[in-house]
Design a protein around this ligand. Structure first.
Ligand SMILES: [Mn+2]
Length: 241
């Protein structure tokens, strides 16, 4: 059977006239049984609907920080603005994907995008936020730090993993603050930082704050991509478009 087609959002971090994508994202989709395609964000926005209609699922990847004006704040000095073209494209694509009930997985920035799209807000710089314990969520040296996350047992991920805790990696300075409409918190770090959200009323609308694509040699993290690919395959069999 043909593999489900999963679109992966791209970045332009180092060179503004190039697209770039960390290879781990496409590798994770392939390892999970999907077929990966990269999405060019300098697309004509009137074509976003056509892009979405060809895709069985979408992976919203990591990147810099969303414009805080989207949630009514001015920029924190430590925040690094995401390319505005990428931001416009991803907000348009996410709205289209949601309208079509296309399975979507958001990673890091992708999970924050899902929250802000639903009217939620972000903590712009975690080290400024007083918490009950001080976990370092930023990547300050060569390796990603790791910390446990508690998974809600009745969530999509909890049902899938059948365990209450995961050892996540961590490479972020922002996180969900006010929760967006229709979203549930499904993963939490020991210091209370929100590490995952989902909309239980959609086939898959799941955001995780960590980077499972860098941990695909661990079954629990590969399972997150398998969930996206399985839901994408179900949708094709169901024939809704
Ligand atoms: Mn973290």
């Amino acid at each position: 059977m043909d593999r489900p087609l999963i679109g992966i959002t791209t970045d332009s971090h180092a060179k503004p006239d190039h697209y770039e994508s960390k290879m781990a994202y496409a590798a994770a989709i392939e390892a999970a049984g999907g077929l990966a395609v990269l999405l060019p964000f300098h697309a004509d926005l009137s074509l976003v609907s056509q892009y979405a209609s060809r895709l069985d699922g979408v992976l919203f990847t990591g990147g810099d920080d969303l414009n805080p004006q989207l949630y009514g704040q001015s920029k924190h000095t430590k925040a690094v603005r995401l390319d505005s073209g990428r931001e416009r494209f991803e907000l348009a694509l996410l709205a289209e994907v949601e309208r079509r009930r296309t399975p979507a997985l958001g990673i890091c920035l992708g999970s924050q995008l899902m929250n802000v799209h639903r009217g939620g807000s972000l903590l712009q710089f975690l080290p400024d936020v007083s918490r009950n314990s001080q976990i370092e969520h930023r990547k300050l040296s060569e390796a990603d730090p790791r910390h446990p996350v508690r998974i809600e047992p009745d969530s999509e991920l909890g049902q899938l993993l059948k365990k209450p805790e995961l050892l996540a990696n961590s490479s972020h300075k922002q996180a969900v603050d006010r929760l967006g409409k229709g979203l549930k918190v499904i993963a939490t770090a020991p210091d209370g930082v929100i590490e995952g959200v989902e909309d239980p009323d959609l086939p898959l609308f799941l955001g995780v704050q960590w980077h499972p694509e860098r941990l695909c040699q661990e079954e629990d993290h590969l399972a997150i991509f398998k969930l996206l690919v399985r839901r994408a395959a179900d949708r094709r069999v169901g024939g809704s478009s």
